[in-house]
Design a protein around this ligand. Structure first.
Ligand SMILES: [Zn+2]
Length: 504
């Protein structure tokens, strides 16, 4: 059902096979109203959206048997893949829906939904723990009952709704239970309130809680239609995400930009070059009749969302998703806050290739936590315990512009003078780099800022230096910069510092 082609961090470029074709992921899934859709589904298809989501509950209430006869694709006039939500949102809005889970599942079957979702009970946000636990239990029970009517021969991908919201242990619990039931795909119920309040850090933790339990299966994220949440959600492993934001924002005269939204009356220039923006001025948009303007802004918003997904996909191909996410994090302090989670999520390592064609970039202290850097430090530990002969002298010298370190003249000069010593260079981001493995990625494949790094920002460096230097009787540090001087002092290294090798 789901094949992965490329990955970086926990993000993946994959293909989802549905009865109505192949959907390349990650994919933004526009919400389509089964009765009152204003931006035509034909337009969505032409824009390149191969998957849309619509509401089965509204379809049932409005069309009933007609929908069973015609099928959902005909009802919404879309020949791509269709995902159907079953009314969970209506539960959230109006308290309850008068339909049984089995009836709903049967209906989704009958209307030939490609990616149906059983009736769930969203926890929303701010629900007390016991109540949330009860809703999770209801959702699990509904999922189990829906399974009874699910017909495996249709090729439809049934998606299990994972609830729990900010109660992360409940998120983990429900993901595990649904995984055991055998669902092929999961959907994370993400509270709209979290997105509205820019609580990206909480959103990130919620995704990680589920992803840990179900690392391989495709994951859908509900309601993620803000340009800022897209890179974060994809990097943490979400494959599809739906939203009606393009339309809701448009109705509110909110114009999306790659970094957020802006109200039309605050807009002076159209920096976007989509068909809407390149054929109108701000004044023309203002003068338009309301309905017409809403559609035009909605179309523009769709372009922004699509472009964001494509940019993230290109970053995955380039092996520069970490750089992209960190760059994007600068767009909003709340996003920067959320990006801190990348420091200690182990699962990011699995999807990160062992070797990348392009050099990786190190800018800020957070970059010492990149999966590539963590992996390299681990490799150094192995080198220490297995490859290092009984050398007594350690010589440390700063990184050269030229990579790998063992090909530099300074390295060759040192070895001539001290053939028995273990020679290493070092980097605040990677730690100690033994010359013998200085050609291994990313030691030889990185570009780092050389500006004055502060030692206290690099705990991984202190750790790396301490454990490496520990094994030696004599330590010689050549041309130490301030960073190394501080490090030698902080680790109480019994080292001899010299400015130049020729002085020896
Ligand atoms: Zn535009």
């Amino acid at each position: 059902v789901f094949e992965v082609w490329h990955s970086d961090l926990a993000a993946r470029i994959g293909r989802l096979q549905t009865p109505h074709g192949v959907v390349e992921t990650p994919a933004f899934v526009p919400v389509v109203h089964p009765v009152r859709q204003t931006v035509s589904t034909q337009f969505l298809k032409k824009m390149g959206f191969d998957l849309v989501i619509t509401n089965a509950y509204i379809t049932l209430c409005h069309y009933g048997d007609e929908a069973r006869r015609r099928g959902i694709h005909d009802i919404i006039n879309f020949d791509g893949s269709v995902m159907t939500d079953s009314g969970g949102y209506q539960v959230l809005e109006y308290g309850s829906v008068k339909v049984e889970p089995e009836t709903m599942a049967q209906f989704e079957n009958d209307i030939k939904s490609d990616i149906p979702i059983p009736l769930d009970r969203p926890t929303g946000y701010g629900l007390e723990y016991e109540k949330a636990k009860e809703y999770v239990a209801i959702t699990l029970k509904n999922a189990l009952e829906s399974l009874r009517v699910i017909n495996d021969n249709t090729g439809a991908i049934w998606v299990a709704p994972v609830q729990g919201a900010e109660h992360f242990d409940l998120v983990e619990y429900s993901a595990r239970e649904l995984d055991t039931m055998g669902f092929e795909m999961m959907a994370l119920g993400s509270p709209v309130e979290l997105m509205e309040a820019y609580e990206f850090a909480m959103l990130a933790r919620m995704i990680v809680s589920a992803k840990r339990v179900i690392p391989a299966k495709p994951i859908h994220l509900f309601g993620a239609g803000h340009p800022l949440t897209i890179p974060l959600a994809i990097a943490l492993g979400c494959d599809t995400f739906d939203s009606a934001s393009y339309m809701l924002y448009a109705k509110d005269n909110r114009y999306m930009t790659p970094n957020g939204t802006i109200r039309l009356d605050e807009l002076s220039y159209l920096s976007c070059q989509c068909p809407v923006c390149s054929s109108h001025t701000v004044q023309e948009l203002h003068k338009m009749e309301t309905d017409m303007r809403t559609i035009e802004i909605a179309k523009h918003n769709l372009h922004i969302l699509k472009a964001e997904v494509e940019a993230v996909k290109q970053a995955i191909m380039d092996g520069r998703l970490w750089e992209y996410v960190m760059q994007k994090a600068r767009a909003h302090p709340k996003l920067m806050e959320a990006a801190q989670i990348f420091k200690d999520v182990e699962m990011l390592e699995e999807g990160t290739p062992l070797f990348k064609e392009k050099a990786i970039f190190f800018y800020d202290p957070i970059d010492q936590h990149r999966p590539e850097a963590k992996r390299f430090r681990r490799m150094v530990t192995t080198f220490q315990s297995s490859k290092m002969k009984k050398k007594k002298k350690l010589i440390l010298c700063p990184e050269d512009e030229i990579h790998p370190f063992y090909s530099t003249t300074s390295y060759k000069d040192i070895v001539k003078k001290f053939p028995d010593a273990q020679v290493c260079s070092y980097s605040p981001f990677l730690g100690i780099i033994p010359a013998e493995i200085s050609d291994i990625f990313p030691a030889s494949h990185n570009l780092a800022t050389k500006s004055d790094h502060k030692l206290e920002d690099y705990p991984t460096f202190v750790e790396s230096l301490k454990s490496f230097a520990d094994k030696f009787e004599k330590i010689l540090i050549i041309a130490p910069d301030d960073f190394m001087r501080q490090a030698a002092k902080a680790t109480r290294l019994n080292a001899h510092l010299v400015d130049d090798i020729s002085a020896l």
